[in-house]
Ligand binder design. Structure first.
Ligand code: UT7
Length: 315
């Protein structure tokens, strides 16, 4: 199988910033509690923006940075659990908005916070079966629309945003070596759909999900290293899903990852689910901390439950 590399990244976040102090006016919480338990200082919530406008903003920026035209795209996958509509999908909406070709697969993928990594694996498979060389992968969420404001344990966590990658597939490039898993213990983290007969708001047993996460992250790191025959030292940068700074800190400590080899932006965006990993990648690329030649180990985990990891390179 031919591998994929990222050619360009883009991101788009809503203008409105919601601070911990803002939330403390709305629910029984404090800046001290949120900061110490999660590492979150702010998050961005949509006002005029929509899920579609965030996707389009991130995708346009990624195409521009990649130097790839919409008509060159061979597949478009949007990882999300909060699209504006179930039908048409966010990816089909993007196809029309950007003028992507009409004869390519465009669809949404639901794997919560692991969605972007599942989507990267999916487009690697799709491009191997396509005459086209490029694909658009977006991770986007408007979690502020499905937040339960009566639940202080979850409402302080989530933010809105979108990150996008234009990926290229070429003969001879190594596969991203994805590893993935899921376990349908859905009661730990739920976002009910139209058939559930209850309001479509997020609920989570935070402490149990935390325990799952601190086991899932090293499992994913170990599996990716094993599959690729690499060591921790071979990795130039570690990108973890931004769910809680404490989860990242535990992984960093376990693998003795030096500060210049990992990144946290949870303070600025909170937990943006499928958008979290591409937001990190986009910021790191812009700051020049990663680029062609960098070997990046990415790990995601979240609702489903789902988890996954892969080794990402830039073209
Ligand atoms: O992205 C998908 C995957 N998601 C995750 O990985 C999230 C994993 N879980 C977490 O990050 C953490 O479990 C949370 C940040 C959600 C919660 O932190 P915690 O340390 O597990 O807190 P807790 O739920 O055990 O609550 C501890 C105390 C409780 O009070 P008592 O019973 O000890 O008196 C809560 O009622 O903190 C209370 N509490 C709050 N207090 C102030 C819960 N939420 C708040 C709040 N402000 N917002």
């Amino acid at each position: 199988m031919n591998g994929i590399k990222i050619r360009g990244m883009g991101r788009c976040v809503p203008e409105r910033v919601v601070t911990n102090a803002d939330l403390a006016e709305r629910v029984d919480t404090s800046d001290e509690w949120i900061t110490s338990r999660t590492g979150i200082l702010r998050r961005h919530h949509c006002t005029a923006e929509t899920h579609s406008s965030l996707c389009a903003g991130a995708a346009r920026a990624a195409l521009e940075r990649a130097g790839v035209l919409p008509e060159e795209i061979g597949a478009c996958v949007v990882a999300t659990v909060t699209a504006d509509n179930l039908v048409p999908s966010a990816a089909c909406t993007l196809q029309r908005e950007l003028g992507l070709p009409g004869d390519i697969p465009c669809f949404d993928l639901s794997a919560a916070c692991t969605g972007f990594l599942f989507a990267l694996h999916t487009v690697e498979c799709l491009l191997n079966a396509s005459p086209r060389k490029f694909a658009l992968v977006v991770g986007a969420e408007t979690l502020s629309r499905v937040t339960n404001w009566d639940d202080r344990g979850t409402c302080i966590l989530f933010g809105d945003g979108a990150g996008a990658a234009v990926v290229e597939c070429r003969e001879g490039w190594p596969s991203i070596s994805s590893i993935m898993g899921c376990h349908g213990s859905g009661e730990l983290l739920r976002l009910p759909g139209p058939g559930a007969g209850e309001p479509g708001l997020i609920s989570m047993e935070g402490t149990r999900v935390f325990k799952f996460a601190v086991e899932a992250v090293p499992w994913c790191v170990d599996q990716v290293l094993k599959k690729t025959g690499r060591t921790v030292e071979d990795v130039d940068f570690f990108v973890f899903h931004q769910a809680n700074a404490r989860i990242i800190d535990l992984a960093v400590r376990k693998y003795r990852i030096p500060p210049e080899k990992y990144y946290k932006n949870i303070a600025e965006y909170g937990n943006t689910s499928a958008a979290s990993i591409p937001l990190v990648l986009s910021e790191l690329r812009e700051q020049g901390k990663i680029g062609p030649g960098s070997r990046i180990l990415a790990v995601g985990f979240g609702g489903g439950l789902t988890w996954g990891g892969c080794l990402i390179e830039f073209a």
